[in-house]
Design a protein around this ligand. Structure first.
Ligand code: SF4
Length: 302
């Protein structure tokens, strides 16, 4: 009985670890090295009891919220420093920021410079294969002190040409959505999971998204919005570590490292299926409620 229970626990654990790995999560925050060793043992089927127990603990820890750590702009590694991200797929040896827990909130006046430092660190990035087809890196747009931040999937053709997120037709609809919330685009912060355009606007591959994510994580850490809106399933998956249909992730407030997070449809999808705008509006109203903004009654126009 005990053996059967242990076997099913290990099978469940192995499935869970495979899922984390598919998302590119290997390090389980700061418990990484030991957890990875234990996880490897479990996946290889050679875990000792203590390794299996350790891996169970580590896998649970992966869903815990990280504790704050001190922040200073010097925590961004200089170009000459080696990356500390373990086993992340890189196509160059350019450094990326280490995955660290959120730090205390940065004073508002320091945020523009901190964001500029992240942009400088990105440089003419060649860290993943998306560099090969891009024209411009799309870093972000908006207020470094925004209370509301939107995260999309990746740049399209217009964004790639202009170096700004959400400037094409989908961007116009996003602008309308923001206006319907009673806000201006300049009052929010907008970024994407990946900063370079995927070929033929395909979904970013896991290694591409996970290579680029530390930059977005640092942007969120610096801006520290009160509410995040994930636009589409890809943004939700990489922000929240969840995989599922957009329908299964909508309709509730998620937690991204202590930030209330709402999942809604990507504006590009809403252009293809305008009947879902009413549903998206419900999501935006939820975000407004989390922000303490009074919701106008009308839905955004195309
Ligand atoms: S998508 Fe991100 S990691 Fe990849 S090349 Fe562009 S900036 Fe670098």
């Amino acid at each position: 009985m005990t053996d059967t229970l242990q076997k099913s626990t290990l099978q469940e654990l192995a499935a869970r670890l495979e899922f984390y790995r598919e998302l590119g999560i290997y390090d389980f925050y700061r418990r990484g090295a030991a957890a990875t060793v234990a996880a490897d043992s479990v996946l290889a089927g050679v875990a000792t009891d203590s390794q299996a127990q350790h891996a169970v603990t580590a896998a649970s820890a992966a869903t815990e919220r990280p504790q704050p750590a001190p922040f200073s702009s010097s925590s961004i590694p200089p170009a000459s420093q080696e990356s500390t991200i373990p086993r992340r797929t890189l196509v160059s040896d350019q450094p990326v920021p280490p995955l660290v827990s959120f730090a205390p909130v940065l004073p508002a006046e320091q945020r523009p410079a901190a964001l500029a430092a992240v942009r400088e660190l990105i440089g003419e990035c060649q860290r993943c294969q998306l560099a090969q087809g891009r024209n411009k890196i799309v870093f972000a747009d908006g207020d470094p002190n925004a209370q509301l931040m939107f995260v999309g999937e990746g740049p399209g053709a217009d964004e790639d040409a202009q170096g700004l997120p959400f400037v094409g037709r989908a961007g116009q609809l996003l602008n309308n959505m923001i206006a319907a919330m009673g806000l201006k685009r300049e009052q929010v912060y907008i970024a994407n999971i990946v900063k370079c355009r995927p070929p033929q606007n395909r979904k970013p591959e896991p290694d591409e998204a996970n290579t680029c994510m530390p930059f977005l994580e640092r942007q969120i850490e610096i801006v520290r919005p009160r509410v995040l809106v994930a636009l589409g399933a890809t943004a939700a998956t990489y922000l929240l570590g969840m995989r599922g249909s957009i329908a299964s992730m909508r309709g509730r407030i998620h937690d991204y490292r202590g930030i209330q997070t709402v999942v809604t449809y990507h504006p590009a999808f809403l252009l293809r299926d305008p009947t879902q705008k009413k549903e998206a509006w419900k999501d935006l109203q939820m975000a407004m409620s989390a922000l303490g903004i009074k919701a106008p009654s009308r839905a955004p126009q195309a």
